[in-house]
Design a protein around this ligand. Structure first.
Ligand code: ADP
Ligand code: MG
Length: 266
């Protein structure tokens, strides 16, 4: 366990993490160290294992082998909730909103669940939710943070796709995460929405450690200080955007991709 002491400054440390599904090796012997406050992009072909890696980090699925530490604390066997309490937050590739609820209600619920976990309270919540001034003001604060201050009372179903993504980010920020895992937050966004979301992510408070899976390699390179490239479950390259861009192995898999379908990379 002595080795863990030296990792305490890193927000996230993975050692030899592997996971297979039936015969498919989704994640193979991955080592990953993300220092506190870093912006890290995770890129690689469709099916490379990026989302699976996020699921392993959050604890939504368990590892076959290896170790996962947050701030030097081994959480490999811990449930999702323990990791959230240590400051881990994530967004999903597909939408996870309560569409019949307003922006404020969606964020409020997330903020409230952070403080209160009794399900009986949850049931009575929506009859009297405006009685929780702290969470209400936190919801307004977060809505402003993700550019939805004007839409606070709008029902989620009436928002644009870009605004859905902003709201998802807001819901995650309501938990005040220290480590944020963003799984393709720009998926399906228009060029303008993409610029807006890029600015939002780049403007996140600097103490928040961010790992972002991003399809568009130029966006990934712009946001991230460091980039890790996953291919067939393995990290095949890691470094600054310039180093990764110059890496021959990376160039090969990206050229291959554009020759086959031109899509499929994140
Ligand atoms: P990426 O996010 O990089 O596109 P994924 O992590 O979603 O890749 O998938 C990696 C591989 O693991 C793929 O071959 C995928 O089909 C497989 N996989 C992912 N999740 C599951 C699951 N729950 N059950 C079976 N196979 C899965
Ligand atoms: Mg994915």
């Amino acid at each position: 366990m002595a080795a863990m002491v030296s990792d305490q400054k890193s927000a996230l440390t993975l050692k030899g993490v592997s996971r297979s599904f039936g015969g498919i090796d989704a994640v193979v012997d991955v080592d990953l160290v993300v220092p506190s406050g870093e912006r890290r992009a995770l890129i690689g072909p469709n099916g490379a294992g990026k989302s699976t890696l996020f699921n392993l980090i959050t604890g939504e699925i368990s590892v076959d082998h290896g170790q996962i530490c947050l701030y030097g604390q081994d959480l490999t066997e811990d449930p999702v909730q323990n990791r959230i309490q240590l400051g881990l937050g994530r967004t999903y590739q597909s939408s996870n909103l309560f569409m019949q609820m307003t922006v404020q209600e969606n964020i409020f619920l997330a903020a409230w669940r952070r403080g209160e976990r009794s399900s009986s309270k949850l049931r009575t919540l929506f009859r009297s939710w405006k009685k929780y001034p702290e969470q209400c003001s936190r919801a307004r604060e977060v809505a402003a943070l993700v550019g939805l201050a004007e839409k606070i009372d709008v029902t989620a179903s009436e928002l644009s796709h870009g605004e859905h993504r902003q709201l998802e980010l807001g819901i995650t920020l309501a938990h005040d995460p220290k480590i944020l895992l963003l799984d393709e937050p720009m998926a399906g966004l228009s060029a303008n929405e993409r610029i807006f979301m890029t600015d939002l992510i780049m403007g996140l408070r600097s103490h928040i450690t961010v790992v972002i899976i991003e399809h568009d390699i130029e966006t990934a390179f712009r946001i991230a200080g460091q980039v890790s490239v996953l291919h067939q479950g393995r990290i095949i390259a890691e470094g600054s955007p310039a180093q990764v861009r110059a890496n021959q192995g990376v160039q090969e898999i990206y050229t291959l991709s554009s020759e086959t379908d031109g899509e499929g990379y994140a």
